[in-house]
Design a protein. Structure first.
Length: 207
């Protein structure tokens, strides 16, 4: 079975790559590529549904057994089912769904981003207390300057110079670092794909 799974993975990967580069010469490769990608998308959707059902099962069981934190699990299950059935019958473009997204989901996401910002600032302060070196000081100053440069302060508003510095830092230094990380991720994914394609790594076979 391991030989069969390796063979199927290698043939599928080579067929998709050939569809990108050789479909002009061999149109059938483009058709095979589209069919394989559609099958992969279908499998990914089925995997997402399996994950949702597993989430429902785990939290339903937790809501029945755990009396202290079971309330949160029950709220999660009720919210998930309610949103699912409303979206199924009303469709995502319905006005009620738009009100739910703009009135509940977006404010929650904004609140989570605010919590993440405060957590980052707290982590920077703790890092400075444990290891007071130049890197920690620069990290803490960067977080504070960008935080106050991007936020609208009460009774003060936006600070002009600080806001310009925050925009310059995020658009030059932070964006450059993000691009470097994305290039590294792309190279890592490329090398991992080659290893899987040539059978060096076999995650589909349990290794």
């Amino acid at each position: 079975m391991r030989v069969i799974t390796v063979f199927i993975a290698m043939i599928s990967g080579l067929a998709i790559l050939a569809g990108y580069f050789l479909k002009g010469l061999f149109p059938v490769l483009g058709v095979v590529q589209v069919q394989l990608l559609n099958a992969a998308i279908t499998l990914a959707g089925v995997a997402a549904l399996a994950g949702i059902f597993n989430l429902l099962s785990v939290h339903t069981d937790k809501a029945r057994r755990d009396k202290k934190s079971g309330v949160y699990s029950a709220l999660l299950v009720i919210s998930l089912l309610g949103t699912f059935f409303l979206g199924l019958f009303l469709r995502p473009g319905h006005q009620a769904m738009q009100v739910m997204v703009k009135g509940i989901i977006l404010p929650i996401e904004a609140a989570l981003m605010g919590i993440l910002t405060i957590s980052l600032l707290y982590a920077a302060i703790r890092l400075l207390r444990r290891r007071a070196d130049v890197t920690s000081i620069v990290f803490l100053l960067t977080v504070v300057l960008i935080l106050f440069g991007s936020a609208t302060l009460p009774l003060v508003g936006n600070i002009p110079l600080l806001g310009d510095f925050a925009r310059w830092w995020s658009q030059v230094w932070a964006l450059g670092g993000m691009r470097g990380i994305l290039i590294g991720v792309a190279l890592g994914a490329f090398l991992t794909g080659l290893r899987v394609l040539f059978g060096a790594d076999r995650p589909y076979g349990g290794n």
